[in-house]
Every structure is written in C-alpha cells, then in structure tokens.
Design a protein around this ligand. Sequence first.
Ligand code: 0RA
Length: 643
Amino acid sequence: MAELNSSLDYTAQDIQVLEGMEAVRLRPGMYIGSTDSRGLHHLIYEIVDNAVDEAMAGFCTKVSVRILPDGSVKVEDDGRGIPVDVHPATGKTAVETVMTTLHAGGKFGGKGYQVSGGLHGVGASVVNALSSSLKVEVKRDGFLHEQNFERGAAIDSLESVKKATGTGTTTTFMPDEKIFGTAEYDFGVLSQRFKEMAYLNRGLQISLISEWHKEQGYSPWKQNYKFDGGIVSFVSQLNHNKEVLQSDPFYVQKTIDNTMVEASFQYNGGYSEQIYSFANCINTADGGTHLTGFRTALTRALNGFARKQKFLKEDQSNFSGEDVREGIAAVLSVKLIDPQFEGQTKGKLGNAEVQGQVDSVVAEALIYYLEENPNEARRIIDKSLTAQKAREAARKARDMVLRKNAMDGGSLPGKLADCSEKDPSLSELYLVEGESAGGSAKGGRERKFQAILPLKGKILNVEKARLDKMLGHEEIRVIITAVGANLGDDLNLEKLRYHKIIIMTDADVDGSHIRTLLLTFFYRNMRQLIEEGYLYIAQPPLYKIQAGREVHYAYLENDKDSLLEKLEGKRGLSIQRYKGLGEMNPDQLWDTTMNPQTRSLLRVTAEDAEAADRVFTELMGEEVAPRKAFIQANAANVKNLDV
Ligand code: 0RA
C-alpha cells in the first residue's frame, strides 16, 4: 500500500492511517463481524447508515443503493455532501479523513455529533479498508469532487472534476475478493433492512436496485421504500388484515436528555405480543432497557387508568404485564448518542438511563391518550380484563389437570406403550400422529428405550388459541401425564420421564398443523423443557426409491433428484411418495426414522417454538378470512418449519 502513496506528501500521520487500515484487513471480523454474506451486507449498511444519519439531521431525503453487475456497490444520497475543505490541524480534507481514519470505539464523540448530527463517518473507513477499490464523489459548493482509494489507501487526492449543481455524496466500492471470497448478496435480507430503515425515518426514500441479482434472474431485484407515516405506518402494516381496537395507532415522539424516544402501538383482536424495538435504527431483537421502559409505562398507565375509572374493581388484582400486552402491535425506536449493545448477538440495548427516559415519555403520552380517547381506552381495558380472566381460567384448568392426574394415582395412560428403561436420560418418547402410524411405531421401535404415544389425528379443534381450552383436551392431558414433569409454574424437569420427546407427524398440512399445535403447547406450558433441549422433531423420508433390490430413502426434494440421477439407467426403478407415516411398515419406520444410528432428529429451539406459537395464534385467530389466506400462504412454511 505504501508505494501507492509515494506521489503524495508523506507524514507520520499517513503511516498511522495505513496501520489503521492494515489492522482492519488483518482482523476484518473485529470490525464487521464476519467475512461471509453478513459481512458483505455490513459494508453496505455502514455506508447507508452515514447517509441515513444525514437524513436524521434533516438534510437528506433520498438514498439509493445499487448493486452493479460486477458486484460493486454504489450508495448515493442527496445530503449536504461531506465537507471538502482542508482541515488546518490535519492538513487533510474531511472526505479523506472520514475515509481513512478509524474512530476510537467506532464512534466520533463530542459536540457537533448529537443524535441528529448523527454518527457520520463511523464505518466508511472500515468499508474503504476492505474494498479493492473505492471512489467517493461529493457534490458541494458548485462542483463535483472526486477521490479514489485502493484497499484503504488514497491513490489520488480530492479533486474537483467539473461544475455541478445540488449537493450529495456518492460512494462506490468493490468489496475485496481477497477478504470476502465468493460471499454473495441476499436481496431479501438487504431489502428487509432498508424497509425497516425507511419506516424508522419518516419520509426518507430508500431504493435498492440490484443489477447483480437481475443478471442472475433473481426477482424481485428492485425495491423502493418511503413511509410518510413512519413507525405509525409500520404498526398499521403489522395489523394489516387484523381487526383493530383503535381507529388510529397511538403515537408519541419526544427528545429527552439527548435521547429521542418514538413509540407507536395499536391493539388487534389477536393474542400475541408483537413489539419491535430499535436503537439507532438497529433492530434490538433481544430488547433491552428501552423495551423495559416501554413495558413498565404501558402496565402502569393502563392499571392507573383502569383503577381510576373503576374498570378494575377494588377486590380485583392489577393487570400483569402479559395481560396488557395481549394483542399489541408496537414499534419502539430510540436514537441516542452512545448506544451500548449487549448480549451474544449484540441485540440488546444496555444503556441504563434509557429505561426511565422511555418510561416517562410513553407513560405521560399514554395517560393523556387514554383520557382523550375514552372509546379506544375502553376497548383496550376490556381486552386486558379478558386476558386477565383467561389467565386465571388457565391457571384453574392447570390445577384441575394436576388434581385429576393426582387422583389417577399417577397411573400412566393406557395407550402409552412405555419403554422398559427407567433412566430418563436413556429414554425416548415418540408422540405419533394417528393410530396406524402409532401401530407401525410400536412394531418397529426398540422397546428397551423407546416409548410410543399415538395421538388422534385431529387432536384439537378449538376456535381460539386459549390455553384453558387446550389444557382441557384429553389428548393433551395424556401427553402431560406421559411426560411426567408437570407444567406451568409447577414444571419440574427432574420428574421428566424421557430426555428425548420426539414429535413425529406426517409431511402434510394436517401433520404440520398438529406439530404447530404441539410445539405451541410445549412452548406455553413447558418452555424450559424446550430450552434444555429435550424436544425434537422426527424426520421421516418423503420418498422411497427402489432400484431392483436396492432401497433408498429421500428426505428432501433435492435428495430425490440427486438419487434419481445417480440411479438412472438401473433396471426396475420405482419411486413412492410417502403421504403419511402409516404407509410405512414397522421395519421401514425403524430404518428411516427411529433407528438412532441412522435417523436424523431436529432439536427444537425456543425460536422455532415461538414461531409456531405465532403461527398457531394466526391459525386459531378469530377472523376467518385472513385466517384462510394465512393458511394458504403459509401452508408450505408451516410444513417446512423444521427445514
Ligand atoms: C459532516 C458534516 C457535513 C456533512 C457530512 C458530515 C456528511 C457525511 C456523509 C456521509 C455520507 N453522506 C454524508 N453526507 C454528509 C456537513 C457540514 C456542513 O455542510 O455544514
């Protein structure tokens, strides 16, 4: 790199710059996380973030992102343009400084870089260091200025090339293939991110045009986002197709002690809690202090209002946080100067002061909103009252199940074909859909350590995703007894009778429905069992392919295709698609799905189960039309939950 700069004046500072750039190239992971697709996306985000900061400062209305056919990326904004004059202290232009100086802790500090002043230039130098070439073009003061870099080093100096009107900054870079190898861009991931950013920055237009994807026949390859309603539009989108309890979403925006707090919510007729939280436009999937502040404000304001208006009687207990969040769709966005991200995936905001700031902004605005909108307030309180009642009913139902089980003297259900092994860590329980598959499983199992519990095909047919109804169901009670660890607050994993609980359902819509329901049941009542990794999904094959005497099984569509290719030309090739587990005889079921030596099991994660819970709530939701549409649109996804 050094010789590239030989034509320029060389100073100690230049050496520092080069060392900084070299450090980034030596340890790219430290700066952008990884050098796979995610790292590649990160480069784009860094540059776009700078433009968005300029928008937050109120000077930029459009950001365009282009991925060119050669894989280079061009980000253009119509902001003020990075300053082009030479800074007396450094002897360099701001453009060159931004592009070549690593900022301690990744951030500029101090005055002039307030929230709305943004965090300009945070990552541009990192992108520059990791690009085989980078060109920055600035329109400012009546001229177009240009400078070029290679792997972080300036190869020329900033020059004004021609007269130009308007202002703005354009950065074009080619990610260095020495760093990123063959990593690829994901259009869906990028467009999702830019959509969120457009929601979070009301009125900002962000477009993504990828000729790189277009050339590969990928569709869509362009998207354009602009939301004049900002996070209110975001909330409306979350409630799209749902019955809503407020005619318009609640909204507040206020800056307090340099923290900008913005929140919006609207209740729907469903039962799930959907709260999207962001800090400086970064999705905080694991919440953090801002989310805690929002939740406490919501609970306190609604309890206060319900008490004051006597919707909550004196002998009634306060709403719990869960009660007031049932059916809420909310977006919370905070912008602050020095966000601290915590947790393994850095998805949690840690700044302690933010909790109180969000709490006070939201509570104050919400109390006012409830007073001003008595009809909406009433509907929200009614919803919380219903949730509170349902929670109490569920608790009673749970108690009843427990009492009933106790009265049975803890005897195991008659249809459970138990294993002889007594050590739970060596024992497995198969929950099998359908009597006939149950029969095959009983015939094929290794009786020593595998227990079989057949479940009726349609095990539950309730209208609403209510816990109490679910628990009242005979099939579910049988599962509770067989599993042996109780549930809810009384869950005791030491009493768990099997350390592998394996859901085995057909690869069709009914099967996926039942699996969704079982996952939801475990998630809501025995979450810890999932978290400890005791719940699994069996993977029966989709096809049996026979070539003469040879038998092969295909577990994925792809497997089938490659198997067929391999076996092509052999005599007597036959292919059977398994529509249900019941079509397999006991030996086949053992060979393909139950034999620990050859089977593959999917361990269910809390995220899988949570997703199932959401799907379940939608499936069982109140409104029929969207439910139908949902089932049609998601049948494949539901089925592929485990893929
Ligand atoms: C510092 C000061 C000024 C603009 C910017 C930074 C700026 C940086 C980037 C990075 C991408 N796009 C950008 N747009 C603007 C403006 C100072 C002034 O004009 O008073």
